[in-house]
Design a protein around this ligand. Sequence first.
Ligand SMILES: Cc1cc2nc3c(=O)[nH]c(=O)nc-3n(C[C@H](O)[C@H](O)[C@H](O)COP(=O)(O)OP(=O)(O)OC[C@H]3O[C@@H](n4cnc5c(N)ncnc54)[C@H](O)[C@@H]3O)c2cc1C
Length: 360
Amino acid sequence: MMQKADVLIIGGGLTGLTLNYLLRKAGYAALILEARDRLGGRIWTKTTTEGVNIDMGATWLGHKHTHLVELLQKLNLPVFQQHLGAKALFEQHQQGTAQFIPLPPNNEPSYRIQGGTSALIQALARYLPDGTAILDTPVEKIHAKADGVYTFSGALTIKSKVVVSTLPPNLLSPLIELQPTLPDALIRLMQQTHTWMGESIKAGVAYAQPFWREHGQTGTAFSHTGPFTELYDHADAEEGHFALKGFLRNDMANLSTPDRKRLVEGQLLKFFGQRALEYASYEETVWAKEPFTYAPYKDQVLPHQNNGQEMYRKPYWNGRLFLAGSETANAFPGYMEGAVRSAEWVYQALSKSPVLSLRK
Ligand SMILES: Cc1cc2nc3c(=O)[nH]c(=O)nc-3n(C[C@H](O)[C@H](O)[C@H](O)COP(=O)(O)OP(=O)(O)OC[C@H]3O[C@@H](n4cnc5c(N)ncnc54)[C@H](O)[C@@H]3O)c2cc1C
């Protein structure tokens, strides 16, 4: 089956959806192809059976994330402060007890989006008329020809004037067949660009009550041994639903869920006592096992390696291919702010593009 589009956006994460929003607001059309059965990519709020929203991906933002803050304001999405408290639990050794440590005053508070970060995805998804975001459609090949760019996913082919990839760069190359090939230096760069948080594991435990607060605890905890290395109070803005949520050690990716859960229970018991085991739900996401976020690198890469490189902010294939996504942004690459800035950069480039001569 063949479909046509002026602008084809590959990936329905924050970058792809923000770009679509900017284009739609200006009266232009775009089509999104998304590999997963959901929009949002690395933004994913899971709702437990008790209705507790737990952010398994991006969670926090700050005042410095000015483009994201502006987008949230435009979409009327309120934020609320993440409280860390004046003291945190600190666990140095598995055998020893956890100690209270004072936390320095927080001059740069973090904020969360009310309803969970996916509220941002849902708000942007309102700018997708029926049929303009196709899910469960992993792109396999992109071929530029004289009369347009052809993008292939199974039996579906999309012919477009321009393709914007919002994939983490090391998922685009080597996983997607690109014809003609891109410059060697760019291919090397993509394969050595770290996908921010790609190796992370997040876990959240929902409770009927924030029992830890009764003992003057804030829920903030840090550990050198894990399984949680960082833990935070994840109550919602209305203080109606309660959870503790944090990062597990990356090297626990190959354990089974029951094994991880058992280790989490042991640590929570140690931190907060018996009531910690009376939880309503346990949720986790092992991002390294998500093939549309993470692929192993050929060589070792460091956190944020090659994020924001200049080579990403150039059109390729004579203006028919743009490489977008948070990791390509000129500021805050890897973060939600980077995703918004990347979408804005591509939007600016497209509005000036002679290839497209955007039509309303
Ligand atoms: C655990 C975790 C915690 C984080 N915490 C924060 C935080 O607190 N604050 C913050 O600012 N940022 C945080 N981030 C980073 C933030 O989530 C990202 O910067 C942002 O969501 C990236 O958006 P994106 O659209 O550029 O990329 P992605 O969200 O990765 O979107 C790319 C999209 O492309 C799709 N895709 C992949 N392959 C294909 C294919 N072959 N065909 C079609 N579609 C494909 C994917 O499914 C995905 O939807 C966190 C990320 C993680 C994983």
